[in-house]
Write a protein that binds this ligand. Structure first.
Ligand SMILES: *[C@@H]1O[C@H](CO)[C@@H](O)[C@H](O)[C@H]1NC(C)=O
Ligand SMILES: *[C@@H]1O[C@H](CO)[C@@H](O)[C@H](O)[C@H]1NC(C)=O
Ligand SMILES: *[C@@H]1O[C@H](CO)[C@@H](O)[C@H](O)[C@H]1NC(C)=O
Ligand SMILES: *[C@@H]1O[C@H](CO)[C@@H](O)[C@H](O)[C@H]1NC(C)=O
Ligand SMILES: *[C@@H]1O[C@H](CO)[C@@H](O)[C@H](O)[C@H]1NC(C)=O
Ligand SMILES: *[C@@H]1O[C@H](CO)[C@@H](O)[C@H](O)[C@H]1NC(C)=O
Length: 797
């Protein structure tokens, strides 16, 4: 499909191809045995492949720390092709080791586990192969785990990406944490590039449109990168600029969103020595990233209010329009904010005199849902005039008698010579009149600028809750607040207090309902002028506690939680009888949308979700300052972000909704099919009720089936938990899998997971393991003993 041969013309390669073409020979590799380790320090200790081309070990990243990685070792750049620990750095003195008991563990200097490879089977040795693949293998040389199966942002020749695999761009050139772009070989067969700037904001900017036929991305030995169908037909070439064998190659989803195929002359290669010793691009996708408008809007390739322009090497740069400045100078893609006070929509209309429209040649912000007016058959003067008088107009585009006006914020901006027409952006004529604007509208706009944040007439945030480490909190509550602090507090807590009116506005009058439960209704909303624009606003209709204090105490407890498997609370509203919570919107909705009767969620993703939920629960039960019992674990309460990471929602609400969490007076909380038997008996309610619900959820996740299927023909199959136990005893778990080949081939893990699930659903709460143990058993860190029969649980329902 799209293919561009860049800096190095293909013909040159063909010439060198003629000169040089030995293929690499059989791989003999020295094995790294159990007990071996590497320590992160300033010596260059690493495990090197037999040819010396690749190394595995710690690489120092500036003076910030060490990254456990695989890199090209023979070139001065030591280019990293894979990294562990989600790109997070570790301290000097950290150790990666093949433990004597067969684990592959990264520990910090204090011996705390930072990362480990997850695999099934008995580890015997590790090896850094000449392909750049680092493998963990069993005694009979079966690969149990390999970096090629767990790619980060790069693929190498001989590597493939199967359905469900993805590459995540790093944050910046030298920051290896997850960035803003995603290269996804989707389960549906489509190969898609996404922006994932913020949750709820995923938008595709390139795709092969091969739903139902795409099967695998291949980077073959001779350097072609292509998408093939199941029947091996090649559907799309991502790159066909194959270089000869005396070049190193890699393909990477760069931090700027461009997928590039690079080559580098091997230091020893004879013909290659005429090429500069540097990585050169031979092909890239997309051809012009600035012009590829993400399908569903979002923030675009650059952030909001900024625009994208293409450099000579086809790399995008992000810039701010005149009168605007970047939000976070350390993050090119953070978007821009005005450095002047926006036109007030409340003041007298002669405000218009204070503003001017500045022409921005060849720049556009295309249709993105923020367009709010289109006039046609008008003159340019008329277009200018109407925009100046309209307080909401921040950008006007005039072309051939058409006048489009946009309001703040605007996304997907681009600069390109091919764009005609005129783009006019509204700015304050001169900033010495700033005071003039203020004094004119008297008390309505006496704004004090603090911390370089300006509050515009249309700006939205006016109350910010600050939480000091001591957990004492203050808030400045005043429409047209005098001081606006935008501080990130050390606890990672940044809860915002909203007025009911603001949330009404954000949800367009509670128009779009996303979920309706017994206690609350959830609406989709959008906070203007805010990072993480899309939110889920939860209106608690059955709030039993009256006092404001209790509500805020609970909200703060929820707000203090901070874990990647929990949905993050952004703010709340506590006004009169209104009690609302504002969360980040998860793009992929809940697990319930994917689990039943839909083959979309592949086995690997399901396994990852199981890990995620167990870790999230473990955190709630054991790592929060006050234990939080969820009481309502079910697929509907497991939300999925754009990378299909599980995020538990609705936690901490049990206390808000009933007077006493340990013994409810309002009856059974939770949902039929997931509630633990002790709810029906006169027994105390403990964290073990969540363990029970997790067990049921785990079975559903493993077999993509509801826990109760009343209309099943076979009576033995109605209750999943019973049926699963029977199949486990008969060693016929395959009966439960409906043509799930990946799971069939992972029978050992499946069996382990089923055993864990059976432990979780023991009728006697004291037999159920705590969530920490459950997590360890799932991860294979501890043995799972044979579980007893939980069957009596049925009789009590
Ligand atoms: C590595 O270990 C495997 C399994 O014991 C063995 O078959 C292989 O020959 C070893 N390779 C080398 C180079 O020692
Ligand atoms: C580490 O590697 C660099 C560059 O390859 C080299 O100059 C330096 O001497 C090495 N240091 C040690 C301690 O081996
Ligand atoms: C990398 O970027 C992320 C996201 O902004 C940030 O949290 C992290 O601290 C950065 N890491 C380094 C080493 O600068
Ligand atoms: C790689 O793919 C290209 C294009 O399909 C093909 O011509 C070439 O033979 C393949 N090379 C190998 C080693 O499979
Ligand atoms: C393979 O599948 C593709 C896409 O479905 C189809 O166009 C092609 O004809 C098939 N080729 C063979 C040899 O079956
Ligand atoms: C006033 O405008 C100039 C140029 O547009 C800008 O550099 C300066 O930062 C502005 N000053 C204030 C206080 O906004």
């Amino acid at each position: 499909m799209i293919l561009q041969t860049m800096a190095l013309p293909l013909s040159c390669f063909l010439f060198f191809l003629a000169l040089q073409s030995h293929n690499s020979v059989a791989q003999t590799h020295s094995n790294i045995t159990l007990g071996s380790f590497l320590k992160a320090n300033n010596d260059n200790t690493s495990w090197i492949s037999p040819s010396g081309d690749f190394a595995f070990g710690f690489q120092q990243i500036e003076d910030k720390g060490f990254l456990l990685a695989v890199w090209f070792d023979k070139i001065p750049e030591k280019t990293i092709v894979w990294s562990a620990n989600q790109g997070n750095l570790v301290q000097k003195g950290s150790i990666i080791q093949l433990t004597k008991d067969g684990q592959f563990l990264l520990n910090d200097p204090k011996g705390q586990k930072k990362w480990s490879a997850t695999f099934v089977g008995s580890l015997y040795y590790a090896a850094m192969l000449d392909t750049g693949n680092f493998v963990l293998a069993s005694q009979d040389s079966v690969n149990l785990w390999e970096t090629f199966d767990n790619p980060t942002d790069t693929i190498l020749p001989t590597q493939t990406l199967s359905l469900g695999a993805h590459l995540v761009a790093r944050f910046s050139e030298t920051n290896y944490s997850n960035g803003r772009f995603l290269f996804a070989m989707q389960g549906d067969g489509n190969l898609v590039l996404y922006t994932t700037s913020f949750l709820g904001d995923q938008a595709a900017y390139w795709s092969t449109e091969t739903e139902g036929i795409g099967f695998q991305v291949v980077f073959n030995q001779s350097g072609y990168i292509y998408l093939k169908a199941k029947n091996t037909t090649i559907l799309n070439y991502l790159s066909d600029a194959a270089p000869p064998s005396n070049f190193y190659q890699r393909a990477i989803l760069k931090h700027d969103g461009v997928f590039r195929h690079y080559v580098y002359p091997k230091p020893s290669g004879s013909g290659a020595s005429r090429w500069p010793a540097a990585w050169s691009t031979v092909s890239l996708i997309p051809e012009n990233i600035c012009l590829s408008t993400p399908s569903s809007g979002g923030r675009g390739i650059c952030g909001l209010n900024s625009y994208c322009s293409l450099g000579s090497d086809q790399s995008p740069t992000c810039q701010c329009p005149p009168g605007y400045t970047i939000i976070d100078p350390h993050d090119e893609r953070s978007g821009c904010r005005p450095i002047f006070i926006s036109q007030s929509c409340e003041g007298p209309s002669q405000d218009a005199d204070l503003f001017d429209l500045m022409e921005m040649p060849n720049t556009r912000w295309p249709g993105d849902g923020h367009d709010y007016a289109h006039y046609y058959k008008v003159t340019e003067d008329w277009c200018r005039g109407i925009c100046l008088r309209d307080c909401l107009c921040t950008v006007a585009v005039f072309e051939d008698g058409n006048c489009w006006m946009k309001k703040f914020p605007f996304s997907n901006g681009r600069l390109d010579d091919s764009l005609g027409g005129k783009t006019l952006i509204k700015i304050l004529k001169d900033n010495s009149t700033l005071q003039g604007v203020n004094s004119k509208n008297n008390d309505d706009s006496t704004l004090i600028i603090t911390g370089a944040v300006l509050l515009g007439g249309s700006a939205f945030i006016n109350i910010v809750l600050l939480l000091a480490t001591s957990l004492t909190y203050f808030y400045f509550k005043n429409r047209r607040s005098k001081v606006l602090h935008q501080q990130r507090v050390t606890l990672g807590m940044n809860l915002q207090s909203f007025s009911y009116k603001e949330l009404e506005h954000a949800t367009c009058g509670f128009k779009e309902e996303i979920d309706h439960g017994a206690f609350a209704t959830v609406y989709k909303g959008e906070l203007p002028n805010e990072r993480g624009n899309f939110v889920a606003v939860k209106n608690l209709e059955k709030f039993v506690k009256e006092g404001e204090k209790e509500f805020e105490t609970e909200v703060l407890a929820i707000g203090r939680t901070n874990h990647k498997n929990l949905v993050q609370l952004l703010g709340f509203c506590n006004e009169g009888h209104h009690r609302l919570l504002v969360y980040k919107l998860m793009s992929n909705r809940s697990l319930a949308n994917f689990l039943f009767g839909n083959p979309w969620l592949d086995w690997c993703t399901r396994v990852q979700i199981a890990f995620g939920v167990s870790r999230g629960l473990c955190y709630l039960h054991e790592e929060c300052s006050t234990q939080i019992i969820h009481c309502n674990i079910k697929p509907q309460n497991i939300l999925l972000d754009d990378l299909f990471n599980a995020k538990i929602s609705d936690f901490g609400l049990a206390k808000l909704l009933s007077a006493d969490q340990t013994r409810t007076t309002t009856g059974i909380r939770g949902t039929k099919g997931y509630v633990a038997p002790e709810w029906f008996k006169n027994m105390p309610i403990t964290a073990k009720v969540d363990v029970y619900s997790f067990g049921i959820l785990l079975l559903e996740l493993l077999f993509c089936r509801k826990s109760l299927e009343a209309e099943s023909n076979d009576e033995n199959m109605v209750i999943l938990a019973e049926w699963a136990y029977d199949c486990y005893i008969d060693r016929r778990l395959d009966l439960l899998l409906q043509n799930d080949e990946a799971a069939m081939h992972d029978m050992k893990r499946l069996e382990r997971f089923v055993m864990v699930a059976i432990w979780c659903i023991q009728e006697d709460p004291s037999l159920r393991p705590p969530m920490r143990k459950v997590t360890q058993m799932l991860e294979g860190a501890v043995e799972v003993p044979a579980p007893p029969d939980p069957s009596s649980y049925i009789s009590s329902i």
